[in-house]
Design a protein around this ligand. Structure first.
Ligand code: PLP
Length: 408
């Protein structure tokens, strides 16, 4: 059984080989050992460098738009009649989702490393769009690897990337989606790491990429901690932080600051994509007990068949459509510090309808998975319990699918 150590950031609780318990590590080709070591040395230096932190905070505040709002969903609370429901509206950040934090930090690191080029992967197009925004802001040339199938179904984000001057590299291998885009991006980095920095779009990949991303998105909980204290004068005793989980970057960032406090009253609930109700396909390796496998340089729970081949996922929300999950979450699951469940496509859609009926909030389908869980548990709890949902994306991007499924 894994044990979480008190007072040490979770991103640092790995062993010398980069493992959090049985998860993570560095399953990389020999040619990447040196670049990964260099990046590790640089990042460990920068995160202790006051000037770098100042620079990060400056851009988070003046470019990303931090802090994002923390609001009470009073009508929804009254309708459900139980726990108080609040939202951290991270979708108000520049670009409309949390991926901007990771993209910004990676671009700042690339500049410090003296790299002129930056590459990244994308599925739904959000990670790519945000990286192209950051690359433009910080004067880097940007290449985005994207599955050919995703390019076809995510046109608006592709247009945004091109407008920001990024080159989109279509990936025709495998299922032609995010899994293959990440693999292809890593392959490209192997032969171009001298001039090029690589950004991985979530808390996945070899150890150092998990760390950089988790460190970046932790801004969310740093802000929230202050906002809660301002609102209530102290941190309430009964707190449930609910977040959707794809790769796991928004959820980890949403929880991190509260994890330093080894308090049982803080409950961390991750909601994965359960897929269509009547389908066996899903994107919920933590919930449905998938086996451990190696994906994109790290050991993790991953959807696979009996031969260990990665299985195709299915979810209404492109942002959660990933067969693996961050080693940090695998570790949290094993240590029982966080609890994971899944919401189906239909439950997410229903949550969308309910939230938008009662509130002036327009959460994308990813956070609607988290709202589905909040709606399920809130009526059973008392008003002294605080449920906070990370509303990490805006539904503007889901316009077509919402129209198709809900007729509006
Ligand atoms: C990418 C994305 C996700 C899933 O990724 P995580 O790394 O789990 O956060 C969730 N919501 C939105 C809006 C996204 O863009």
């Amino acid at each position: 059984m894994n044990k979480i150590k008190k007072g040490i950031p979770l991103i640092d609780q790995h062993d010398k080989k980069g493992f959090w318990g049985r998860f993570g590590g560095n399953f990389i080709p020999e040619t990447l050992i040196k670049p990964v070591e260099d990046l590790t040395t640089l990042f460990e230096k920068l995160r202790r460098d006051k000037k770098f932190i100042k620079e990060r905070d400056y851009y988070f505040k003046n470019w990303v738009g931090s802090p994002t709002p923390f609001i009470k969903l009073e009508n929804l609370t009254n309708h459900l009649g139980g726990a108080q429901i609040w939202a951290k509206v991270v979708s108000e950040a520049n670009g409309g989702a949390h991926k901007i934090y990771n993209a910004t930090v990676h671009s700042l690191i690339a500049k410090r490393a003296g790299k002129k080029y930056i590459v990244g992967d994308t599925g739904a197009g959000y990670a790519g769009k945000m990286l192209s925004m950051a690359a433009k802001k910080f004067g880097l040339k940007c290449k985005i690897f994207m599955g050919a199938k995703d390019i076809k179904r995510q046109k608006p984000n592709c247009e945004a990337m091109r407008k920001n001057g990024a080159e989109i590299v279509p990936v025709y291998t495998g299922s032609q989606t995010l899994v293959d885009a990440v693999s292809e991006c890593m392959r490209y980095w192997v032969s171009n790491c001298d001039t090029t920095h690589m950004c991985v779009g979530s808390t996945v990949g070899p150890n150092i990429f998990v760390k950089i991303c988790g460190w970046s998105t932790s801004q969310i909980s740093r802000e929230l901690y202050i906002q809660i204290k301002e609102e209530f004068g102290k941190i309430p005793k009964k707190l449930k932080l609910i977040n959707c989980v794809g790769g796991g970057s928004s959820s980890f960032g949403f929880w991190n600051e509260f994890m330093h406090y080894n308090k049982k009253q803080f409950e961390f609930i991750g909601v994965e994509a359960g897929g269509p109700k009547n389908s066996k396909k899903h994107a919920a390796p933590l919930t449905y007990g998938s086996k451990i496998g190696i994906l994109h340089g790290a050991a993790q729970y991953v959807n696979q068949n009996s031969e260990g081949q990665i299985e195709e996922t299915e979810s209404i929300s492109a942002g959660l459509d990933y067969p693996g999950v961050s080693p940090l979450h695998c570790f949290l699951k094993d240590s029982k510090r966080a609890r994971y469940s899944a919401a189906s496509d239909e439950e997410a859609l229903k949550a969308y309808q309910l939230v938008t009926k009662y509130e002036n909030l327009n959460p994308s389908l990813e956070p609607c998975h988290a709202f589905a869980e909040a709606i399920k548990i809130a009526p059973k709890l008392n008003n002294d319990t605080l449920i906070i949902v990370n509303s990490c994306g805006d539904a503007k991007k889901d316009r077509d699918i919402l129209k198709q499924r809900l007729g509006k």
